[in-house]
Design a protein around this ligand. Structure first.
Ligand SMILES: Nc1ncnc2c1ncn2[C@@H]1O[C@H](COP(=O)(O)OP(=O)(O)OP(=O)(O)O)[C@@H](O)[C@H]1O
Length: 529
């Protein structure tokens, strides 16, 4: 790993990439754009660099396919660390599904390999813009957080109106509530509103994400520990139950709680007292519990991963929150509220609207990351917006995933040279007559000049590699090889991993051959002068 400290005053970019050639290319591109690169050959080293340079790194450029700790694991580790440095993921293999996973895991943008220096430079400059403005936006939102109530929950659909009604009733008592629903549907928001609408309003609202804490620390984090209770317990630690005393404890991802801690939680719920690790006596606590889960808890009980007695104790008042794709009526309302909120926060300086085409696009999409993903998409679009209204072009990642919205760039996203594959449960196939007809005339969506589905033969003129030259003699092996590589690059639209795999060679061998033959992967047909 190399660290460049000869600061030119530019932003600092961490490049996490296992392929030495790609790493070098990125380093050059980052330097050429005037930034300071930090290089790491895998996710583990990347985390070390981050820790060592805490607060210094502005943007991360991350490869998704890496040995040891892959890109998704790295994103997960960032989430656990509570770091929200914008991450640009690079994808070559795996195609759109991996990209969707990465965006879900919080990536800001993605680029498809091989990445041109211009593309990476513009992705970094967008991410930097976001980095600076988001810090302000977060500060703004945080100051409101204590006061979030039912009025802050956008609800147009019958399903959401019913949820608000249930939640309002739950807020009238101390009844334990379980909020069920996919990630990003608004469980925490509803939990906050319940607290704000209850007689505990103004008291602590403490959140514990049970899924994000290492198993060996859960007990101590929930119940606290005395000084010297175990090796390394150098200070007394007040647990989350004590912190929430008098208020509400929101246990997120409750299904991830280890079984041994579930026993202690059951005792706390049944007896209203907690046992601090290392303490002689239990403490009485007055805490209202709201739990949330994106798992089916009954299935977890059946599988023996969640205690049945605890399930019945916690699940007295279940509220199931449907995914956003099941209540699309909420989308336009949410979009307008977010556009208004973010343009005010970002001090856009003029009223910002949204075009009908963009609204149709956002409504057509299925939002696998639910409202969080929608909120982030709008935030990003508002930050980067230039005109009086947001257009479809401001949502390239969404458009790329909707059939009927493909542009030439988007087509290149499919990892296997075919049209992008919808993420599981991620997209609706919108019948053509219902598809929003936006500024995408059909000629903008090119018909691929090949049919690369496995097993489908291709008989186009491009597919003929001659075995004899103009003189009538057999051609040199190297010439044929060069031609085949150029063809493969074009055929697989520059997807290096795929080209290497299909040619039956390693990626580094491919890069070496590109160099030997002077082939530019961005423009494989161009011959060196
Ligand atoms: N109905 C809504 N109106 C306005 N904003 C909403 C609504 N639902 C969710 N949001 C916003 O979407 C984001 C995600 O919501 P929230 O954190 O409550 O989801 P969650 O279900 O708790 O997610 P996770 O399970 O991943 O923790 C938050 O910023 C929240 O304010």
């Amino acid at each position: 790993m190399t660290i460049y400290n000869d600061a030119k005053g530019g932003a600092q970019i961490l490049v996490v990439e296992d392929d030495p050639i790609q790493r070098r290319l990125l380093k050059n591109a980052v330097e050429r754009a005037g930034y300071i690169p930090h290089l790491a050959e895998n996710g583990r080293v990347g985390l070390e660099v981050l820790k060592r340079n805490s607060g210094q790194i502005n943007v991360i450029v991350l490869d998704l396919m890496m040995p040891e700790m892959n890109g998704l694991e790295f994103l997960e580790a960032l989430h656990v660390m509570g770091t929200d440095i914008p991450v640009i993921v690079q994808t070559g293999q795996g195609g759109i599904e991996t990209v969707v996973q990465a965006m879900r895991a919080g990536a800001f943008d993605f680029v498809v390999k091989p990445v041109s220096p211009e593309r990476i430079s513009s992705a970094i400059s967008n991410a930097l813009k976001l980095d600076q403005r988001e810090a302000k936006a977060r500060a703004g939102r945080k100051s409101r957080s204590g006061a979030i109530g039912f009025d802050d929950i956008v609800s147009s659909s019958p399903a959401m109106i019913r949820i608000i009604d249930l939640a309002q009733r739950a807020s009238q008592s101390n009844i334990p509530v379980v909020l069920e629903g996919e990630s990003g549907v608004g469980k925490e928001l509803v939990a906050r509103a319940i607290q704000a609408g209850s007689d505990r309003a103004g008291k602590p609202f403490v959140i514990v994400n049970c899924g994000a804490i290492p198993h060996n620390l859960v007990e101590s984090i929930l119940f606290g520990h005395e000084k010297g209770a175990f090796t390394g317990a150098n200070e007394r630690h007040v647990g989350k139950f004590m912190e929430a005393d008098g208020g509400t404890l929101f246990l997120d991802e409750i299904g991830d709680l280890p079984l041994d801690v579930q026993v202690k939680l059951l005792r706390a719920v049944q007896q209203g007292e907690i046992e601090t690790v290392g303490a002689r006596m239990p403490h009485k606590v007055n805490v209202r519990l709201i739990s949330a889960t994106n798992k089916d808890l009954i299935e977890e009980v059946k599988a023996g991963r969640f205690r049945e007695d605890l399930y019945y104790r916690l699940n007295v008042f279940p509220i199931t929150m449907p995914a956003l794709r099941r209540r699309k009526e909420d989308i336009p309302h949410l979009v307008r509220v977010f556009v208004e909120r973010f343009s005010a926060e970002q001090k856009i300086g003029h009223p910002l609207g949204i075009s009908a085409g963009a609204m149709a696009l956002l409504t057509a999409y299925d939002w696998p990351g639910n409202i969080r993903q929608l909120e982030n998409a709008i935030f990003r679009a508002v930050v980067l917006s230039q005109g009086p209204e947001l257009l479809e072009a401001d949502f390239p990642q969404i458009a790329a995933q909707l059939p009927g919205y493909l542009t030439p760039d988007h087509l290149a996203l499919a990892g296997d040279g075919r049209r992008p594959v919808p993420a599981e449960g991620g997209l609706s196939v919108v019948p053509s007559h219902e598809r929003p007809t936006l500024e995408h005339p059909s000629q903008e969506t090119p018909t691929p000049s090949y049919a690369s589905a496995e097993g489908v033969e291709f008989y186009g003129p491009d597919n003929i590699i001659a075995s004899t030259g103009p003189s009538g003699d057999v051609r040199k092996l190297a010439d044929v090889e060069e031609e085949l590589i150029r063809f493969a690059l074009k055929f697989y639209r520059g997807q290096m991993s795929q080209v290497a795999r299909k040619l039956g060679i390693g990626r580094s061998t491919l890069y070496r051959k590109l160099k030997d033959y002077g082939i530019d992967p961005d423009d494989p047909q161009k011959h060196a002068a």
